[in-house]
Structures are given as structure tokens and as C-alpha cells.
Design a protein around this ligand. Structure first.
Ligand code: DSN
Length: 420
């Protein structure tokens, strides 16, 4: 597509080529990753990267905004249509800044947020002590009632809500494999007058594709998300507001000038393209297949006696207790799978006795392999090969054989777009 980089900067060219080959020949099972279309990739690399456009459409601080206004308006309109809401801010650079902006828009320093326990699947920005938001806001927690079924303890959630009176109740996760009961969250929030925020970064594509519930349909006030996971867009974020104009205004002010400077307009153009793709009926088929593929993998793990947190999956990801089931740590599993070209991530499991840098679990999922065109048959085979590797981690010839089979499989299902 482009050889100017090669002529001008060999080191970077080689690294891009290397990454393209890694993505093409390897199996991407990190559940928060995906492959964008050629159209999204192209939009992401346009001259909009040259432009400053602080402010919002129709009220910018710099001149020359005819086309920036056009793409931002289109991106906002498409986002609202996709998620059935009235307002969208498409400027957050990613999911974490979207969450931080939302907290600052809705809360005063010292206020309380009730979010999912991190070890039960909540995200770092939902109150991990390593993040700076915990210096400003007070985080309290709910979790699963039963780690074998994944059922959320809504009674405990209600008790904490009544006791701590959080101003925001946060639903959402990055390592949980079931759906949430959004109506229950809204019911509890109403009792104490809290605002409901759903962080749907992981499942935005499942909601857009109609295979997961939309929190707005149950009365949630705000949703935050990334755009590069199941939604299959560029690496970025956004904030959606169901209908409250006051909240929308506060969020706009907090994103800019409160936290960010100039929006990344090339990325906003790419987001607009991604939203158009997600509005197409074919995206529904994609979202359905993500779930079918995850189920196919789940069946293999169950048949081979591997413990899955929450007992399996109802979304795009699986969290497996490899330490308890197979006697190797999450880190060992991640490393040995990397050797055969399967990329996933080690992950803490609920009530893990081990540490984050060497936990008991691995987390993997199907958004990226589904984009490549894998169906249940291939997903089943990948799960079998994964377990074969984990059960034979020191058998070099077996691993070589598996690597060969995986490369052949990947070559049959090319990634949708590369740059060079
Ligand atoms: N890093 C993302 C994930 O992998 O889930 C969350 O931000």
C-alpha cells in the first residue's frame, strides 16, 4: 500500500513489516483485540492527522474546520444510531480517558463510585489502587456471588449502595464472561438517586450487533467504551449519553477543555467508518459468530476438564483456571502458547492465591479470529491445539507440529488489511 516509510525510515518499516507478519501468521486470542478493515485502516492514516480542532463542531478555537466538523458530526450521529442514544462524545483518546472524564464530569473529589471488584473482572479504571483516580474518588465494590456460575451478588450490591450512597454505580468489566442484569442496577441506583454508567468497552460490538443487551434499553444514563475491541474500529474511545442534556454538556466540557486538548481527527474519521460498518446488517452476523465461536471453545475446555470462571461464557471471552486444572501458571501458559503463535494473556482469577505477574488464569476470546472468518470448526480445533500445547509444554516436536498446523490455518484465513 505504501513504500515511503521503507525509503525514509528502514527501522520503522522493518518493525511494521514484522508486526504484520506476526499478526498474519499468528492466532490472536486476546479478547480485547481485533483486526480493522482496510477502510478503517486507511481513514486512520489520512491528512486529518495534520489538523488541530479544539472544541466541538460549530464552535472550534481554530480556523479551517469545514471537514473536521463534517466527520465529527457524522461520527456522533452514527454512534447515537448504533447505541440508541441522544448524545455522543467521540473525542476521548481511549477507554481509560473516557472513564476518567466521566468520573470528573459527574462527581466531585471525594465522592463514591460503586464498581465491580477487580479480581472478579472489573477494570483498572474502576478503582485499582495503582490508578490516580483512587486519589480523587472513593471506590467501593460488588462482586460475584458464585464464581462457578458468574452470578453477580445483587443483594450485596444493594447493601453496599444503601450504606455507601455512591453517586455513580458502574456496570462493566474486562475479565468477566457473562451478561449483567442492567435492570437490577437501575432499580438499585433509583433507590439512592445514583447515576448509572456502563463501561461496555469489551462488549460494545456485541451490543451493536444485537447479541447482547443494550444498557440504555434498561435506563442506564451513560455508557463509556473503547472502539477497537469487539466494535472493530481504531484504537480509541467514546462516551454515550442516553438522553440527559445536562450530563452530555458536563461530559463535553470535561473531555475538552477539562482533560484533553485537540481531538485526533484522523482517528475520529476512522471511528466514523467503523460505526458505518457496525450499522451494516453483516455486523450482526459477525457478532453472532463471535458468540458461537466462544461456545465452541468452551465445549472443548469443559470436555477436557479445564475449570472456567463463571462456569463458561455468554460473551466473547473465557477465563480459564490453568493453574488449578493443568498445574501450570497463567504466565507459563502465556509463554508456551506464544511459542506456537497463539497470543492471549495471563489473568488473575477471582480470589486468586497468586500474584498479577504470575496469576492462575489465562483470558482469551474470539473477536479477532471471527473477523478472520473462523467458524465453530476452526475454533474447536484451536481450543484443542491450545490444550495440547499446555498439556505437552516440554514436547518440542509436538509444539513444532502444532505451530505448523496453526500457520497453515492462518494462511487459509488472511487478516483483512495490512499497511505495507
Ligand atoms: N487492556 C484492555 C483489556 O485487555 O481488557 C482493557 O483496557
Amino acid at each position: 500500500m505504501n513504500n515511503f516509510i521503507e525509503k525514509q525510515d528502514n527501522e520503522i518499516y522493518d518493525a511494521i513489516k514484522g508486526e504484520e507478519k506476526r499478526q498474519a501468521d499468528g492466532l490472536e486470542l486476546i479478547p480485547s483485540e481485533n483486526y480493522v478493515s482496510r477502510a478503517v485502516l486507511e481513514a486512520n492514516g489520512t491528512v486529518f492527522t495534520n489538523k488541530y480542532s479544539e472544541g466541538y463542531p460549530g464552535r472550534r478555537y481554530y480556523g479551517g474546520q469545514d471537514f473536521t466538523d463534517e466527520i465529527e458530526n457524522i461520527a456522533r450521529d452514527r454512534a447515537c444510531k448504533l447505541f440508541n442514544c441522544k448524545f455522543a462524545n467521540v473525542q476521548p483518546h481511549s477507554g481509560a480517558p473516557a472513564n476518567v472524564a466521566t468520573y470528573f464530569a459527574l462527581l466531585e473529589p471525594g465522592d463514591t463510585i460503586l464498581g465491580m471488584d477487580l479480581s472478579h473482572g472489573g477494570h483498572l479504571t474502576h478503582g485499582s489502587p495503582v490508578t490516580n483516580v483512587t486519589k480523587v474518588f472513593n471506590f467501593v465494590r460488588y462482586g460475584m456471588k458464585d464464581t462457578e456460575t458468574g452470578e453477580i451478588d445483587y443483594e450485596q450490591l444493594r447493601e453496599v449502595a444503601l450504606k455507601e450512597k455512591p453517586k455513580v454505580i458502574l456496570a462493566g468489566y474486562s475479565a468477566y464472561s457473562r451478561e449483567l442484569d442492567y435492570a437490577k442496577f437501575v432499580e438499585i441506583a433509583k433507590e439512592i438517586g445514583a447515576i448509572t454508567v456502563a463501561d461496555v468497552a469489551h462488549i460494545a460490538g456485541l451490543i451493536a450487533g444485537g447479541v447482547h443487551k443494550n444498557p440504555f434499553d434498561y435506563g442506564f444514563d451513560v455508557m463509556t467504551t473503547t472502539t477497537h475491541k469487539t466494535l472493530r474500529g481504531p484504537r480509541s474511545g467514546m462516551i454515550l449519553i442516553r438522553e440527559d442534556e445536562e450530563i452530555a454538556k458536563k461530559i463535553d466540557k470535561t473531555v475538552f477543555p477539562g482533560l484533553q486538548g485537540g481531538p485526533h481527527m484522523a482517528v475520529i474519521a476512522a471511528k466514523a467508518v467503523c460505526f458505518k460498518e457496525a450499522l451494516d446488517p453483516s455486523f450482526k452476523v459477525y457478532a453472532q459468530q463471535i458468540l458461537k465461536n466462544a461456545k465452541a471453545m468452551e465445549e472443548v475446555l469443559r470436555a477436557r476438564g479445564v475449570r472456567m470462571l463463571a462456569g463458561g461464557t455468554s460473551n466473547h471471552l473465557i477465563l480459564a483456571d490453568v493453574y488449578g486444572s493443568l498445574g501450570l501458571t497463567g504466565k507459563e501458559a502465556q509463554i508456551v502458547l506464544d511459542e506456537v503463535g497463539i497470543t492471549l494473556n495471563m489473568n488473575m482469577i477471582a480470589d486468586d492465591s497468586r500474584k498479577p505477574m504470575d496469576p492462575s488464569g489465562i483470558r482469551f476470546g474470539t473477536p479477532a479470529i471471527t473477523t478472520r472468518g473462523f467458524k465453530e470448526k476452526e475454533s474447536t480445533r484451536i481450543a484443542e491445539l491450545m490444550l495440547d500445547v499446555l498439556e505437552n509444554k516440554d514436547d518440542e516436536s509436538k509444539k513444532t507440529e502444532i505451530r505448523r498446523e496453526l500457520v497453515a490455518l492462518c494462511q487459509k484465513f488472511p487478516i483483512p488489511a495490512s499497511f505495507i
